[in-house]
Design a protein. Structure first.
Length: 29
């Protein structure tokens, strides 16, 4: 089972990854 800490970490990690891809995509354009 996933604890709330793991869930929060995954959400934070995915948010960082999405923002990173967004920045790199903006930099390319």
């Amino acid at each position: 089972s996933v604890t709330w800490a793991q869930n929060a970490f995954l959400k934070r990690f995915s948010a960082i990854e999405m923002s990173r891809h967004q920045v790199s995509a903006t930099a390319i354009v």
